[in-house]
Design a protein around this ligand. Structure first.
Ligand code: SIN
Length: 331
């Protein structure tokens, strides 16, 4: 009798182990990738590319689920959610890492980079790569830089020179550098989540905002903002990020392969970002809903002169050597 019970118990334990073993073997690692922009943007397309490449090369082992348009989390809470394990990947704007590192503030300094080639050069340099690691002490892993492009100013009134921005309310991302930039123009900066910008503009709670052509187009700001001043004054770039806990939980035989796929998806996103910028700029022009105001060299110098004191303001926090290195990438 005793022998029979022992055999039954042993058989039950063995089947439970087999069931849980096969369940484990058949359940892939799920990566929830949350972002705030539309799918037809450099970041949206990069995320879809990542999902497709992972399905093609790591199918059955890893699956990527993409949640665009702030469906899962906004940038204001996505990193906290990541540390809690509720989301595994995101690519917030570099301007939104203030709470985790002040070093990335360098990317918000106005007129620091003359074009995206300079941004790319700096990010690939030793110093640029070191900045990716500044979030590690907070339990986050920077997987790479992803481009969007240079920012323009949109407003309800015509702006040619900095004095035209004085007194206007502008929505900004959660960055103290961006706040200082608008204060330097004697304008009023308001830190607000991306998902609220359209309504704030539509209800005239704010007068303007700064963003790239791809966001101005995909979020339809051009339909409610009659003027866009092409200043190219700042950068909108992202860091593709995950949590250290999640990253290290990926088996050693999968992690390098996954990293290579992430690199490929980022390279794809970076490649299409310049074309997307031009394409969406043209679509905005074709819509005839807004006027793109071009500024001449003398007007541009005025914007530079008005905004550049911000560099000095943040020099201590960011480091003069870092700012100099970034500036040198324009040469
Ligand atoms: C984004 O491109 O991810 C959002 C940028 C913003 O908040 O303006």
């Amino acid at each position: 009798m005793f022998g029979k019970i022992t055999t039954l118990v042993a058989t039950a334990a063995l089947s439970a182990a087999l069931i849980s073993g096969s369940a484990l073997a058949s359940s892939p690692i799920t990566i929830k990738f949350a972002h705030v922009v539309a799918e037809n943007t450099p970041k949206g397309k990069m995320a879809i590319k990542l999902k497709d490449l992972v399905a093609e090369r790591l199918g059955g082992k890893v699956v990527v689920e993409v949640f665009p348009n702030s469906q899962l989390f906004g940038d204001e809470n996505v990193l906290e959610a990541m540390l809690l394990g509720d989301v595994q990947m995101a690519a917030p704007a570099l301007s939104k890492f203030d709470r985790y590192t002040t070093q990335l503030q360098i990317f918000d300094l106005p007129f620091l980079f003359k074009d995206m080639a300079a941004v790319e050069k700096f990010q690939k340099s030793e110093k640029g790569q070191a900045l990716l690691k500044t979030i590690e002490p907070k339990g986050l892993v920077g997987l790479g830089y992803l481009h969007n492009g240079l920012k323009q100013l949109s407003a309800s009134t015509r702006m040619k020179v900095p004095a035209d921005a004085a007194g206007l309310k502008f929505r900004i991302m959660s960055s103290d550098v961006l706040a200082a930039q608008f204060q330097a123009l004697k304008a009023v900066p308001l830190k607000k989540p991306f998902s609220e910008v359209f309504t704030l503009l539509q209800t005239k709670a704010i007068d303007g905002q700064e963003n790239t052509y791809s966001n101005i187009y995909s979020q339809k700001y051009f339909e409610i903002q009659p003027y866009i001043t092409e200043t190219n004054h700042g950068l909108l770039d992202y860091m593709v990020v995950t949590s250290k806990e999640f990253w290290m939980s990926i088996p050693d035989d999968i992690r390098p392969q996954l990293k290579a796929i992430i690199d490929e998806a980022i390279a794809y996103g970076n490649k299409i970002s310049a074309d997307k910028d031009l394409e969406d700029r043209q679509a905005i022009i074709d819509s005839k809903r807004t006027e793109i105001i071009m500024i001449n060299d003398a007007e541009r110098s005025q914007w530079v002169e008005a905004m550049k004191p911000v560099w000095q303001q943040f020099e201590k926090e960011i480091g003069k050597d870092m700012i100099d290195a970034a500036y040198q990438s324009n040469m």
